[in-house]
Design a protein around this ligand. Structure first.
Ligand code: SAM
Length: 222
């Protein structure tokens, strides 16, 4: 996905972002990074390597890595502007435990980071609804391939349950996503994600309700 394109259908972030040098500042990440980090610290492995997919500006990775010194955090994004932002955020952080950017496209059959594994965790925040469904399929397939036994997949975003939106705002958001790109849309835990989990030897471990009708969803590799 080309982040530098101006066609609104190809926007990668549905928000206006401030910049400082190459660093991008995401207003949504500023709002949700603390709740996401807190759930991550309670539910995910805190040792080993975490692979973040669709890292965007790089802010979530830096924020969580700063709070989890036992982790090695590997982050990246297929979008060039996001890759530059990730590199700049990593540089500015001075943290020894975060690396990147990689350029993994979740939908690709091979991610090119296989040598960095096996991974204790795979993380994807606010991505699978703003991409065609093959990105969701790819995240589950990649987690199934690359997680060590007992490793975990962490997803964050808006999700529907059993085919029903959990709030009017999520329903409106889903319609706006589909108007931008018919292949995008809020994914359903039971109808979309559980079949992908089963196909890839992942078991739903925990659902955590988050602010603004979002969920953190944690799967465990059997
Ligand atoms: C809305 S942004 C979220 C960024 C960041 N995770 C956050 O929450 O601030 C979605 C990101 O997913 C990336 N993305 C889209 N399709 C992808 C794919 N197939 N594989 C990996 N990343 C993808 C985009 O480039 C974009 O940076």
């Amino acid at each position: 996905m080309a982040g530098d394109q101006k066609d609104p259908k190809h926007e990668i972030a549905l928000e206006a972002r401030e910049t400082s040098g190459e660093r991008l500042f995401s207003p949504s990440a500023a709002r949700n990074r603390d709740p996401i980090r807190n759930v991550f610290l309670q539910t995910m492995p805190l040792e080993g390597t975490i692979l973040e997919i669709g890292g965007g500006t790089g802010e979530h990775g830096v924020h969580i890595a700063a709070s989890a010194p036992g982790l090695r955090w590997l982050t990246g994004d297929p979008d060039p502007a996001s890759q530059r932002s990730i590199a700049a955020w990593i540089g500015a952080s001075g943290l020894p435990n975060i690396e990147g950017p990689h350029c993994v496209d979740a939908a690709a059959a091979r991610w090119g980071v296989e040598d960095g594994g096996p991974f204790a965790g795979v993380v994807s925040i606010n991505m699978i609804h703003i991409a065609p469904f093959d990105a969701a399929e790819g995240v589950f397939a990649g987690a199934g391939r690359l997680l060590s036994t007992g490793g975990k997949l962490f997803l964050y975003g808006p999700f529907s349950r059993n085919g029903e939106h959990t709030s009017p705002s999520n329903e409106a958001f889903d319609a706006s996503l589909k108007a931008r790109d018919a292949r995008w849309g809020v994914r359903d835990i039971e109808h979309d994600l559980l079949p992908l989990a089963q196909k890839n030897a992942l078991m739903l471990e925990k659902l955590v309700e988050m602010p603004a009708n979002n969920l953190s969803v944690i799967f465990r590799k059997n």
